[in-house]
Design a protein around this ligand. Structure first.
Ligand SMILES: Cc1ncc(COP(=O)(O)O)c(C=O)c1O
Length: 388
């Protein structure tokens, strides 16, 4: 028997799950959490903590910071110094706090659309402007428009760039050269580079991603990496993440921002859960990636055989598949609503990620293969009906 179970998924309806808050018979393949149980090693560590029965104030000690550093060294070939790390209660809370601390009201915060929609909330809800260096789509792949990036970084009001590394929703793993080039350009133009690396452990094939804290030269003094076990191990409700900031002045600013926004203190499971994930999670993660590759291969083959009007734009990272539906609709919101109404399949409309997202749907494949098959059948039925 396999050591880990990626065939069954617990029934999360009625459990306060955001993803599974759907109507009876609906199939949510939208919000980015997984239907699989997390690694048993993490559950054991959490149970031990709960059994202690006393849950007073906590802060992370050396073993937490060491577990993070060891994980990066083993998994990604780069070891952050432990003193560079700051605990925080999530990547999004940290992004919002850093936007408030590093930039000013009215400043431009640069992103690369289409990108994770919550970036826009963190920027706009804080009175900053979104400026996008839109990714360029050539029909099968996305690339950076470097000239446009440099122009936008050079604007005096651009003070912060939020980089999605690897990139949600397109699944792209930026190369070492690309990460270095972006960091160098940010440094030249005095723009702080905030790199959201929450999907960094989920590179399904090809070389590992490049953490921004590992860039060379002066550019390293200007970067903030945000990492977390939440996507990797399906522990979003753990509310645990780490900011890695090599430069001590920038780190002090980030620290002040996280603390004054009160997003720097762990809950009772955050520390033991994270340490267990990073110390014992390697084998589970490898098994997960194997399953995700099976799911992606199945979806790609199903779509090319049965839905030739849909084009898969699959990068090497994340469990999210980005579907080009331009030949069916350029109104992804309307198409997603139709699919939900007609088939119960809930997907994320690409429009929420802006850029050219209106021609795309995002589908979450982090579920048992039987669910992937169900979702694809619903997609086929819905698209056939839509085009009829
Ligand atoms: C790029 C990216 N950043 C952050 C998050 C959420 O981070 P957290 O739950 O730690 O706030 C997500 C979740 O989908 C994501 O895709």
């Amino acid at each position: 028997m396999a050591k880990y179970d990626f065939v069954n998924a617990p029934d999360r309806s009625g459990t306060d799950s955001v993803k599974w808050h759907v109507k009876k018979g609906e199939l949510p393949m939208s919000i980015a959490d997984m239907d699989f149980k997390t690694a048993p090693e993490i559950i054991t560590a959490m149970k031990e903590k709960v059994n202690l029965g006393v849950f007073g104030y906590e802060w992370p000690e050396d073993d937490y910071f060491k577990a993070v550093a060891d994980w990066f060294e083993k998994e990604h070939g780069h070891r952050p110094q432990q003193e560079w790390e700051i605990f925080t209660t999530g990547v999004v809370p940290a992004i919002s706090a850093i936007v408030r601390r590093i930039s000013h009201i009215g400043d431009n915060v640069l992103v690369q659309a289409p990108v994770y929609n919550v970036f826009y909330n963190s920027i706009e809800n804080n009175g900053r402007h979104v400026l996008s260096n839109d990714l360029q789509f050539n029909g099968s792949n996305y690339t950076v428009d470097w000239e446009d990036l440099e122009q936008k970084l050079a604007l005096p009001l651009t003070t912060l760039m939020i980089f999605c590394n690897p990139h949600n929703p397109i699944g792209k793993v930026w190369t070492q050269e690309e990460v270095q080039r972006i960091a160098d350009l940010c440094y030249q133009h005095h723009v702080v580079l905030l790199s959201d690396e929450i999907h960094g452990d989920l590179v399904r094939q090809g070389p590992s991603y490049t953490p921004s804290f590992s860039v060379n030269g002066s550019a390293r003094d200007n970067v903030i990496s945000l990492i977390s076990p939440s996507k990797t191990f399906n522990v979003a409700a753990l509310h645990a993440a780490t900011a890695i900031v090599p430069n001590s002045n920038l780190r002090a600013m980030v620290n002040r921002g996280l603390n004054s926004d009160e997003v720097a203190e762990p809950n009772l499971l955050a520390i033991p859960g994270t340490i267990a994930a990073y110390e014992h999670g390697h084998d589970w993660l490898q098994a997960l990636i194997k399953q995700l590759n099976v799911n992606f291969a199945y979806a790609q083959e199903f779509i090319s055989k049965n839905l030739p009007q849909v084009k898969v734009v699959a990068g090497n990272a994340t469990y999210l598949i980005w579907l080009d539906v331009e030949r069916i609709s350029t109104d992804s919101q309307k198409l997603a609503e139709f699919l939900e109404k007609e088939t119960g399949l809930v997907l994320s409309p690409g429009s929420i990620y802006r850029g050219n997202g209106n021609k795309f749907l995002r589908m979450n494949l982090a579920c048992p293969l039987t669910t992937v098959k169900d979702g694809l059948e619903r997609l086929r039925a819905g698209l056939t009906k839509y085009s009829a």
